[in-house]
Design a binder for this molecule. Structure first.
Ligand code: C2E
Ligand code: CA
Ligand code: CA
Length: 726
């Protein structure tokens, strides 16, 4: 606490102040006067004492010069002290104030000395026996001629009963006791003061078991810390929170409760209590669940119904999409159900379906979703399959289960199953299409003899069918406007700029969805379609770079060219015409040719590269390090840039060998006067390692994935390299 003595000096010549300064005349007079005065004061004093006791008010005086504190009897009574137990100093007084109120009282006192005004404060005290009391204090000061405080005089009013009555009123109110809602009251430190009957009933705890503990004892672990952070934030700001909490009963059982928590403050705004009003909604929840079950589960087999299945699959599709994973739907139809139902009746039919559902369930994994679509149709969703074999295996297991008869009422009922399988995203990308595909596949099984399984055509013999699809549909991809380019930024770490971009081809197939170039470029090369596609790419990329140039971006563009394109004698003429027609300086256009392609026929490549170089195009060797270039060839090739293959970048921050390969490539390039760029730079530590090796041009996911045209522009406009390292 601050020391009140700092606020005034202790003048050594200062005299204690006398209350009475009446002058006596003679010694006799003096005596009788003194006696008279004494009895008068005695009477007065006794009267005052009585009045103080009646009013529960005591008074005190603090002599600031001698640091002597006087308390009236009533003050001693209020503090529950005997005069001999009390050190009668200001510090001793502070020690009997409730620790939470001490600073407030001390500050009020010091402030009032400074402002020379009295103060009025309510605070708690700790009585000698440990009991807490409430007092109301008033105080004023006396000052000497120099304005120095010499004395403080105050009154202490015991208002404990009044305060208690207020609290009692709240706690013992009929409302509190008889409320159907549970009520829990804590002090400002969240220590539980009381709970009502209803709360005991909900939580299973008695008052004795929870008193003095915090409500954390009810915590179920259901909610995360953010939930509670938000809750307390609300209480802080709005003095109130309302919401649903899952808590735990004494017996461990979880229950859902609608809870209102109110932060109670006194007139001065000081937090005094928290009150929680708790409404057990477990019953309501159970009813909701029942309704939910009726809507989402098949009442005969208790399996998820069509509605729930639809919801699950639809929810899981985006997850698989973003994780690049496959899922399988197995459409199951019983081969002999109609016969069983017709000849043995509905009752047996139903029992048969229940047994069937159990058999199917036993054939698949726990996490697979099995549902009854209706009638004798079931469907299964198998998530995250690595290969089609997993789906095939599940189907085979189910078929096997039905090679033995199903027993109902000791009757042996024989029925095979027909299963059709569709795969996301190979066969379709929506729920409806996937179901339809699986259904179609199932009909194929029925037609070809039942009791077996089949994949939907497109994914049945994955390789063959995919290839057919690509070959067929690629022919029309350009006409149908299904091709587009994405651009991946190239960043110069030295100048901290985006200096260029690589054009990467994309095919948005109307049914299959996005097809990456790895899937179709080699097929296009084999069928010769690459010629048209390649020229389409050049045209599109040059058009786009023209737009960027017109907008003031000083960017160069790289275009991938496969060896099959270079083999075509008209390639150089064709690209020159395109570029000249659009009107772009050829030095801004770079062709990327893979090292392997060059090395396949070095002489031929050399001739055509020289031709392109002569026309003013830039050239770069792609995927460098994977082919077998020799230094002597490299020297002769008219390439400007060497693009280090991403396989060397992948572990460059961990693998010593990769690091030395990259260091060597950088050194060779430097000695030949060529630039290097590292592709596949995915992380900050890749970038740091590359920088150390003096490779200052990079391309990769760290800065950006390939972007659509508009997004690339936005990226280039807002590029700030520092931000990536912040
Ligand atoms: P590439 O020339 O080596 O292209 C770089 C590939 O790496 C791109 O795949 C790109 O998306 C990907 N990539 C970029 N940064 C990173 C990274 O940080 N980490 C990883 N893991 N990958 C990254 P994309 O677009 O699938 O292209 C694959 C290949 O297809 C290209 O390899 C290229 O050889 C060929 N290609 C793409 N577009 C064309 C084209 O228009 N014509 C020809 N002939 N081939 C093309
Ligand atoms: Ca490339
Ligand atoms: Ca590459």
């Amino acid at each position: 606490y601050g020391d009140h003595r700092d606020l005034h000096s202790f003048p050594t010549d200062a005299l204690p102040i006398c209350i009475s300064s009446q002058k006596a005349k003679s010694k006799d007079d003096e005596m009788s006067f003194a006696n008279k005065e004494k009895t008068k004061y005695q009477k007065l004093y006794n009267g005052l004492k009585k009045a103080q006791a009646l009013a529960n008010i005591g008074h005190w005086e603090l002599d600031l010069i001698n640091d002597a504190l006087f308390w009236s009897d009533e003050v001693y009574r209020i503090f529950g002290l005997k005069p001999q137990e009390f050190g009668a100093t200001y510090e001793a007084f502070l020690n009997h104030i409730h620790p939470s109120d001490r600073d407030r009282v001390n500050n009020a006192y010091i402030d009032s000395l400074r402002t020379k005004e009295g103060y009025h404060i309510e605070h708690r005290i700790i009585r000698q026996n440990g009991e807490i009391g409430f007092v109301e204090e008033r105080c004023e000061h006396e000052f000497d001629d120099l304005g120095r405080a010499v004395k403080s005089i105050g009154t202490v009013h015991d208002i404990t009963d009044k305060k208690k009555a207020q609290n009692e009123l709240l706690l013992s109110s009929a409302v509190f006791k008889k409320m159907n809602d549970g009520v829990l009251i804590t002090d400002e430190k969240q220590s539980i003061i009381t709970i009502n009957k209803a709360f005991s009933k909900i939580s299973g705890y008695s008052l004795e078991e929870v008193r003095g503990k915090t409500p954390k004892i009810f915590s179920s672990g259901w909610h995360d810390k953010f939930f509670y952070e938000e809750l307390w934030d609300d209480i802080e700001k709005k003095h109130q929170w309302r919401g649903e909490i899952k808590d735990r009963k004494k017996n461990g059982q979880l229950y859902s409760a609608e809870i209102t928590i109110i932060a109670l403050r006194d007139e001065k705004g000081t937090l005094t209590n928290y009150i929680s009003i708790v409404n057990d909604v477990t019953k309501k929840k159970e009813q909701e669940e029942l309704i939910h079950n009726l809507a989402y589960f098949d009442s005969l087999t208790n399996l998820p119904n069509r509605v729930l299945f639809h919801e699950r699959v639809t929810n899981r599709i985006p997850v698989h999409k973003s994780n690049n994973k496959k899922m399988a739907l197995l459409f199951i139809d019983m081969d002999n159900f109609k016969n069983i139902n017709d000849t043995l009746g509905h009752f047996v039919g139903d029992r048969f379906l229940i047994e069937t559902s159990k058999l199917i369930k036993s054939a698949v994994c726990e996490q697979d979703t099995l549902c009854r679509l209706g009638g004798d149709e079931f469907i299964i969703m198998i998530e995250n399959i690595e290969s089609l074999m997993e789906a095939a295996l599940a189907a085979e297991n189910i078929v096997k289960k039905f090679s033995d008869p199903v027993i109902v009422d000791k009757k042996e009922l024989y029925s095979g199953v027909s299963i059709g399988i569709s795969i996301y995203p190979d066969d379709a990308s929506t729920y409806e299409e996937l179901i339809k595909a699986a259904d179609t596949a199932m009909y194929h099984v029925k037609e070809s003899g039942k009791n077996s399984y089949q994949f939907y055509k497109q994914s049945m013999n994955e390789k063959v069918t995919n290839r057919m699809l690509i070959e067929n549909d690629l022919r029309n991809a350009i006409n149908k406007d299904e091709l587009y380019l994405e651009y991946q930024p190239k960043v110069d770490l030295d100048s901290k700029t985006v200096y260029g971009m690589e054009a990467l081809l994309r095919w948005e197939h109307s049914q299959v969805g996005l097809i990456k170039p790895d899937m179709f470029i080699s097929i296009a090369e084999e069928t010769g379609q690459i010629q048209d596609i390649g020229l389409w790419v050049v045209k599109q990329a040059v058009k786009d770079i023209k737009i960027f140039h017109d907008k003031g971006h000083d960017l160069s563009i790289s275009i991938n060219v496969s060896s099959k394109q270079l083999d075509n004698d008209s390639f150089v003429g064709d690209v020159c015409k395109i570029v000249d027609d659009i009107g772009v300086d050829k030095s801004y256009i770079e062709f990327e040719i893979t090292e392997t392609h060059i090395m396949k026929n070095v002489d031929k490549a050399m001739a055509i590269l020289n031709e392109l170089h002569a026309k003013g195009f830039k050239l770069s060797i792609d995927d460098f390090g994977t082919g077998y270039s020799s230094l002597s060839y490299l020297k002769r090739l008219p390439v400007k840039t060497i693009k280090i293959d991403r396989s060397f970048v992948l572990d460059i921050d961990k693998d010593e060998e990769d690091r030395s390969i990259v260091a060597t490539i950088v050194a060779i390039a430097e000695s030949l006067g060529k630039e290097v760029i590292a592709e596949g730079s995915e992380t900050r530590s890749h970038i740091n390692a590359l920088k150390l090796l003096n490779c200052n041009k990079v391309q990769g996911y760290f800065f950006s994935k390939p972007l659509k045209k508009e997004n690339f522009e936005e990226f280039a406009n807002n590029f700030n390299m520092e931000r990536f390292f912040a």
